[in-house]
Ligand binder design. Structure first.
Ligand code: NAD
Length: 298
């Protein structure tokens, strides 16, 4: 069934998700602090408005895809002032601690909170193949299942607020670790004189294969385009949230702490807006080599 859906945050992930919802026949009311992103979607059938409150005046379901927990809290406060909104669906990676705070604030206004963080990158958002992890009241999940199903494969993690965020942080810890460790391994091989493209082929045929060797290295690191579409600052945020989550739960993160520090260094050296695939530049700088296309001899 077609619904009116509000959508706030039209970045790398939000824009392709909105496009899929429009294509499925939903009526989208959108906004972003960068109004040009909303205007671009107007041409594709969305209605652009000037604020989060206006979105919440127009739609019962408001989805957000925002960069940082603090922004989610600010936008949720504005959404809570809307006259029509009944449920707030957070597609961002926010962490369970912020989710619980936001859910409690929204509950004072009778608004239901659902966590719905996603994994699978821009390609997953464009193709509707994201892993969509949902937590919150089951009845509200059932009402929006059709719409969420347009953006990916649904996993209902549980009714407990924030539990889907914990799932997402566990996933991103693994993704970040695979990329950091593959970067160290390939830099070592390059320093020894092995062609990095050959290394990636061997790793992908052997037991070392992972999401970085299969996707990030061939697509954005070997050609040195560093355009995978996920900012270092956002992944560093996820790793910080993951460490906070582990500490709050009383679990250990020895490897995770080292991985977080490596992304912190990348964030400081190359900027929060750099692509997360630029993590390879950290071990490269230490080793004095570059991972990239090997010039043909002769
Ligand atoms: P992005 O920075 O490309 O997009 C965020 C958007 O939010 C931007 O368009 C920005 O202008 C907008 N925004 C910021 N503050 C706002 C406000 N106060 N009101 C309205 N709009 C505001 O980020 P992204 O890569 O699309 O990621 C969004 C979320 O999804 C993040 O939490 C990220 O961790 C998560 N995520 C990203 C990826 C990825 O591969 N890029 C994958 C999975 C999850």
């Amino acid at each position: 069934m077609a619904h009116e859906i509000g959508f706030i945050g039209l970045g790398n992930m939000g824009t392709p998700m909105v496009r899929r919802l429009i294509a499925a026949g939903h009526r989208l009311i959108v906004t972003d602090v960068r109004p040009e992103t909303a205007r671009a979607l107007e041409a594709e059938g969305a209605r652009a408005v000037g604020s989060a409150k206006e979105v919440a005046d127009a739609a019962e379901t408001v989805m957000v895809s925002l960069p940082f927990p603090k922004v989610v809290e600010e936008v949720a406060a504005a959404v809570a002032e809307g006259s029509r909104v009944r449920r707030f669906v957070d597609l961002s990676t926010t962490g369970s601690i912020t989710s619980q705070r936001v859910a409690a604030m929204l509950a004072t206004k009778g608004i239901v909170h659902l966590d719905s963080p996603v994994s699978g990158g821009i390609a997953g958002a464009v193709n509707g193949t994201l892993a969509v992890m949902v937590s919150g009241p089951r009845a509200d999940y059932d009402l929006i299942q059709d719409a969420l199903g347009q953006i990916g494969k649904l996993f209902f993690i549980g009714e407990k607020t924030g539990i889907a965020q914990t799932m997402k942080l566990a996933n991103n810890l693994l993704s970040a670790t695979a990329l950091a460790a593959t970067s160290e391994a390939v830099v070592m091989g390059v320093k020894a004189g092995i062609d990095p493209a050959v290394m990636i082929d061997v790793i992908n045929t052997g037991s070392g294969r992972n999401s970085a060797s299969q996707d990030k290295f061939p697509r954005s690191i070997l050609p040195r385009t560093f355009d995978f579409g996920f900012a270092t600052g956002l992944l560093y945020k996820d790793l910080k949230l993951c460490m906070e989550e582990a500490e709050a739960l009383g679990t250990q993160m020895w490897v995770g702490m080292a991985v977080k520090q490596m992304y912190q260094l990348c964030n400081n050296l190359h900027g929060a807006g750099s692509d997360f695939t630029e993590i390879v530049k950290v071990p490269e700088a230490w080793a004095g080599v570059e991972v990239g296309p090997v010039p043909k001899k002769g």
